[in-house]
Write a protein that binds this ligand. Structure first.
Ligand code: DGT
Ligand code: CA
Ligand code: CA
Ligand code: ZN
Length: 587
């Protein structure tokens, strides 16, 4: 079992304990352990095998350690079995619907025997839910909408999760004999924000069946779903499905192009090829003899004009190669033909990180530790953006504590020298669109970033007005995680993004692309739109520890999917360029 898979089981257990109404400290202990195990770089499995004491890990106490050891040695956790005799595991899905918490899930189960999302949908339709105390007509409508969204979401994986899950598979595969290039294609290579399944290509001109045999023998596989001469499929414990295709050298580039997709991109390519008397498929690019009926052609008949490399495939069609992030049929085929592909932003262009937290609110590291970690990344500046007081549960800053933090920042700045620490605050946008900090504090900050963290279920119009009102405050510089989504967990709130982006352009407020792989908020399409409207985008990590700063690359990938060039991204500016931007309203 991979660390993420262990963490997922513990998270399920925590959710079930919450439904059961167990001791909140116990539940919190499991949740904290989930975060630790997700971020430990060594396999916990190895630690257990070597008899190491898991309580040495941060936030892992004796009972959690015992549960993990039990899970790894027996495949089950007795505490989990106990709870599930009382409450079925499927209730967890209910708690993840907006409008249904653990208490409501329990009530639905105990009073109406609802166990699954499908049961709940049926009961809503029959009108029985609406008769339960605490569930009026309004809340029934809300849950119905949440079920609709849940069904469209299906089971997709986050990019960072997938990276961790497949690292071992790739290592295993590269040890197969006779294998040349190994590439992960599909949505993973396009760096899509969520991934359905993994498509791996392995180059081999030898015995494909032997390569497949080796692949399916991966020790981390939960099941082997398919095994043939050139294709295999395994499923991991997490449910992630991995396809392998073994490809001969002469076709490797064509297969890589084909299986990278997207499907829409491929369709556009093929249409273009046909007009040129060419045929593109996963085997290569072929010139179709005119006298032959297309129906009589095999997949590789005709003269092979390309196939070994991906560049060659594009070139054969009179196109320039393009980064996989662009391949969504959003104009890249035309741009490639006309030589107008964007020169996309890269991680090396980023010169600062403009959202992060310290121990002044819910971060795990001090101001100095965060600043030094940014310095180590080669940045010229960073902004400390601890929460404001509306976020009471994470000790958000009161005006007094904000001032106290400035004193510390000045001291650290003194010690640290070169890198510039900007005084900032992630100020809550209150329900009415006013800000959770008095004007004199806002004026004293180098940079003001604002976010919605409460009343996320407002009507669309109210939410849109609220956010625009906040941006109208002349102290505001950046709107953070603009839609509030958490991938796979919480939908974007109802808001007219177009109106918000237009207002941002008008008011000269930048929008954040939050690089946390759980958020990636804004989406690629919205980022593209921001660029079209001339709104500056800031890619920030929202790091809560030095390690979180490394999420920058996920944000950059998403920005690239939105066609951003360095000039579209505010934090590619040098320190002096950036500080002049901060003064933009004064001039
Ligand atoms: P996913 O797995 O849902 O995150 O998305 P993808 O893009 O990885 O899609 P997947 O795994 O179904 O297929 C991998 C690639 O294979 C896809 O991006 C393009 C190519 N492909 C699959 N089916 C078709 C098809 O019917 N026509 C064409 N032209 N290409 C296809
Ligand atoms: Ca895929
Ligand atoms: Ca696939
Ligand atoms: Zn936030």
């Amino acid at each position: 079992m991979e660390n993420l898979e262990i963490a997922a089981v513990l998270e399920d257990l925590a959710d079930l304990l919450e439904i059961q109404g167990a001791n909140p400290f116990k539940i919190r202990a499991y949740r904290n352990a989930v975060r630790t195990i997700e971020s430990v770089t060594r396999p916990v499995r190895d630690m257990v095998d070597q008899g190491e004491d898991l309580t040495a890990l941060p936030s892992v106490g004796a009972s959690v350690a015992k549960a993990v050891e039990e899970l790894l040695t027996t495949g089950r956790i007795s505490r989990m079995e106990e709870v599930t005799t009382e409450f079925p595991r499927s209730l967890i899905d209910l708690t993840r619907l907006s409008g249904v918490g653990p208490k409501k899930a329990r009530k639905l189960f105990e009073e109406l025997q609802i166990r699954t999302v499908d049961d709940l949908a049926e009961a809503l339709e029959a009108g029985t839910v609406q008769t339960l105390g605490g569930f009026g007509k309004k809340s029934a409508e809300k849950i119905t909408a949440a079920i609709e969204r849940h069904r469209n979401r299906v089971d997709r994986f986050l990019l960072d999760e997938v990276e961790k899950l497949i690292a071992g598979v790739l290592e295993h595969l590269s040890a197969a004999s006779g294998v040349g290039r190994v590439e992960v294609a599909g949505s993973f290579r396009r760096r899509k924000e969520t991934i359905g399944d993994i498509d791996i290509l392995a180059e081999s001109d030898g015995d494909g069946g032997a390569v497949v045999d080796h692949f399916v023998s991966y020790p981390g596989a939960a099941r082997v779903e398919a095994q043939g001469d050139t294709k295999g499929n395994i499923a991991l414990h997490s449910g992630l499905s991995i396809d392998l295709r073994v490809i001969p050298s002469e076709s490797f580039g064509a297969a890589l192009q084909y299986f990278t997709g997207s499907k829409e991109h491929n369709v556009a390519m093929r249409t273009r090829a046909v007009k040129q008397g060419l045929r593109v498929n996963e085997w290569g690019v072929f010139r179709v003899p005119e006298e032959v009926d297309a129906e009589d052609l095999g997949p590789t008949s005709g003269e092979r004009v390309a196939g070994a490399t991906e560049e060659g495939v594009y070139e054969a069609l009179g196109m320039a190669w393009m980064p996989p992030v662009l391949r969504e049929n959003r104009g890249e085929v035309e741009a490639s033909v006309s030589g107008t592909l964007p020169a996309l932003v890269t991680v090396n262009d980023i010169l600062g990180d403009l959202q992060m937290h310290s121990t002044w609110s819910d971060g795990k590291a001090t101001v100095e530790e965060m600043a030094r970690a940014c310095e180590a990344r080669g940045y010229q500046y960073l902004a400390l953006t601890d929460h404001s007081q509306a976020m009471a549960m994470v000790q958000g800053l009161t005006p007094e504590r904000a001032r106290a933090q400035w004193v510390e920042i000045d001291e650290v700045q003194e010690r640290i020298g070169e890198i510039r620490i900007l005084k900032s605050c992630e100020v809550d946008i209150l329900k009415d669109g006013t800000l959770d900090m008095p004007d004199e504090i806002l004026a004293g900050l180098d940079l003001v970033v604002v976010s919605v963290h409460s009343f996320m279920d407002l009507e669309k119009k109210a939410m849109t007005d609220r956010v625009i009102r906040a941006m109208e405050n002349p102290e505001v510089d950046i709107l953070c995680h603009p839609t509030g989504r958490r991938l796979g967990k919480r939908d974007a709130f109802a808001m007219d993004v177009e109106a918000v982006l237009e207002a941002a352009a008008e008011l000269s407020v930048a929008v954040e692309l939050n690089a946390n792989p759980n958020r990636l908020d804004l989406s690629d399409v919205h980022v593209y739109r921001a660029k079209e409207l001339g709104v500056k985008v800031v890619i920030s990590t929202d790091a809560h520890s030095p390690k979180g700063l490394a999420d920058m690359r996920f944000g950059v990938d998403q920005a690239r999917r939105g066609w951003l060039e360095p000039g579209d991204v505010l934090n590619t500016a040098t320190l002096s360029e950036f500080t002049s931007w901060l003064d933009r309203r004064a001039t």
